[in-house]
Every structure is written in structure tokens, then in C-alpha cells.
Write a protein that binds this ligand. Structure first.
Ligand code: 0L1
Ligand code: MG
Length: 258
């Protein structure tokens, strides 16, 4: 464990969140303890210290009104996706490996080429996209009862847990604002939305991510998988649950829990 005498605040925060994740024990809001010292820039530094060597991609968070209302944060954030977050198609979610998992439907982009820049637009994102598909993100906040501030949740890698994605298809001819989204749990429809729920257009959400990364001299790489933001409120899951996300033109993906 890192000692307070020798560690910077971002490292202390990263250590606390990492321990909570490893021990599957929820912690109280870090903002309550660190106050104004835990600003957004410090939170992103803490997040960066948790990254694995190689990334699979990125996730947008809190991009829809439904999500903002659910967690009380009112602006988008981002997190990283590493190999440890990937669930294969047909692989069950073992809920006991998480603290308080919740599932939400996502429109997923797979990048066809690198994309960087401070002025990237939704059109630029679509031009750089190899394919789009449906996904389910499993969230798992390390904060008790999902009670957090914006810096808290950024330091916790935007509640990233696991994710599963369908088969990408070309985006040509699909208006991602208009695609209908249905989230089912155990055969019942629990939430609906359209693609426009994520910052007006899922590609606009990805453009926001590119601009945010650019501020730190980073960007998207060809092959990156991007979760463009939960389109509905997230639904809690427990062993025995089956969650299905269906998105018009993009297909369906199913996740069983045990
Ligand atoms: O992907 C998301 O929208 C989640 C970001 C963090 C908020 C949450 O834990 O629901
Ligand atoms: Mg999400």
C-alpha cells in the first residue's frame, strides 16, 4: 500500500479505488474526504494511473438525460477500456466478481483509422468509423450505492465494469439518432430510448471524447472500441438474470448472469 507521506493525491485516489475494486468492497465518496483538492483534472490523473499497458478502447459516461438523472452528474465523462473489461459473446457475467453491477445499452463504434484533434466533429467520427454495433455495458461503481460526485466517478474510471458487443456493420445509411433502443430484463421491457439520447447523436458523443482526449495529447486508434454512452438508465442485475439490448438496424446482444 502507498503511504500518504510519499504519494501524490492522484496516486492515493487510484490506490483507494483499485483496492475497492480488488476487494469488492464499496467505499464512501472520495470528495467527502479530499474536498476541493479532488478536482476534475486530479480525478483524470488518478484514472490514468489505473490504465493497463494496452487499451481496447474507451467509454463515454453520463451522456444521456436518463443517466444524468439516475446518478446526479450532469456532464459527460470518459473512461478507458482494457482487456480485463471484455466479455465474449455468450460468456456469462459472474455478478459476484463485482460489487453492485448494473447493465445499460450502448451504441458501439469500432474505429477504422486513428482520429485526433481539438475540432473533431460527428461527421469526422463517422468518416473514421469501420463499423457500429449494439453493446451492453456492465457498470460497477466502487462507491457505496452509486453515490458520487463527478470527480469521484472519473477517478473510478467512469464505473467501468465489463462490456459485450455484437458484430459490427457499416454505418452507411443508418441515422444513429433515430435508431430505436429496447432494454429487456428477464423477458420484460425495462427501458426504451433512441440513439439521440446520447448527446443528440452518438457520433457527437464520440467527437466530444476525441476533443477531450486531445487536450491531453491523446486520441483514438484504428481498432479502438468506443462505448458511446448509456442510452437509458442502467438496470441492476443478480445471478439468474438475462439482459437483452436491441437496437434497430444494429441487432441484439444478450447477457446472462450467474
Ligand atoms: O457509462 C456510464 O454512463 C456510466 C458512467 C458513470 C455513472 C454510472 O455509474 O452510472
Ligand atoms: Mg455506459
Amino acid at each position: 500500500m502507498t503511504s500518504t507521506a510519499t504519494s501524490t493525491l492522484p496516486q492515493l485516489l487510484a490506490d483507494e479505488v483499485t483496492r475497492a475494486r480488488r476487494e469488492r468492497t464499496a467505499i464512501d465518496s472520495l470528495t467527502e474526504r479530499y474536498g476541493d483538492a479532488l478536482d476534475l483534472a486530479t480525478a483524470y490523473q488518478a484514472q490514468r494511473r489505473q490504465r493497463p499497458g494496452a487499451l481496447v478502447g474507451w467509454k463515454l459516461g453520463v451522456t444521456s438525460r436518463a443517466k444524468q438523472a439516475q446518478v446526479g452528474v450532469d456532464a459527460p465523462i470518459y473512461g478507458f477500456l482494457g482487456p480485463e473489461h471484455v466479455l465474449d459473446l455468450g460468456e456469462a457475467l459472474v455478478t459476484g466478481t463485482h460489487i453492485q453491477p448494473r447493465c445499460e445499452p450502448e451504441i458501439v463504434f469500432v474505429m477504422g483509422r486513428d482520429l485526433t484533434g481539438a475540432h473533431v466533429t460527428a461527421a469526422d467520427v463517422l468518416a473514421a468509423t469501420a463499423g457500429v454495433t449494439v453493446g451492453i455495458e456492465v457498470l460497477d461503481s466502487r462507491y457505496r450505492d452509486y453515490r458520487f460526485t463527478m470527480p469521484d466517478v472519473v477517478a473510478d474510471n467512469a464505473s467501468a465494469g465489463r462490456f459485450v458487443v455484437g458484430t459490427p456493420r457499416p454505418v452507411d445509411g443508418i441515422d444513429l439518432r433515430l435508431v430505436g433502443v429496447v432494454l429487456e430484463k428477464n423477458g420484460e421491457v425495462v427501458a426504451t430510448a433512441s440513439g439521440a439520447a446520447s448527446l443528440g447523436h452518438p457520433a457527437a458523443a464520440v467527437a466530444w471524447l476525441v476533443r477531450a482526449l486531445d487536450a491531453d495529447g491523446e486520441g483514438l486508434r484504428a481498432g479502438d472500441v468506443i462505448l458511446s454512452g448509456g442510452l437509458t438508465a442502467a438496470v441492476p442485475v443478480q445471478p439468474g438474470d438475462v439482459v437483452v439490448a436491441s437496437i434497430d438496424r444494429l441487432g441484439s446482444v444478450e447477457l446472462g448472469c450467474r
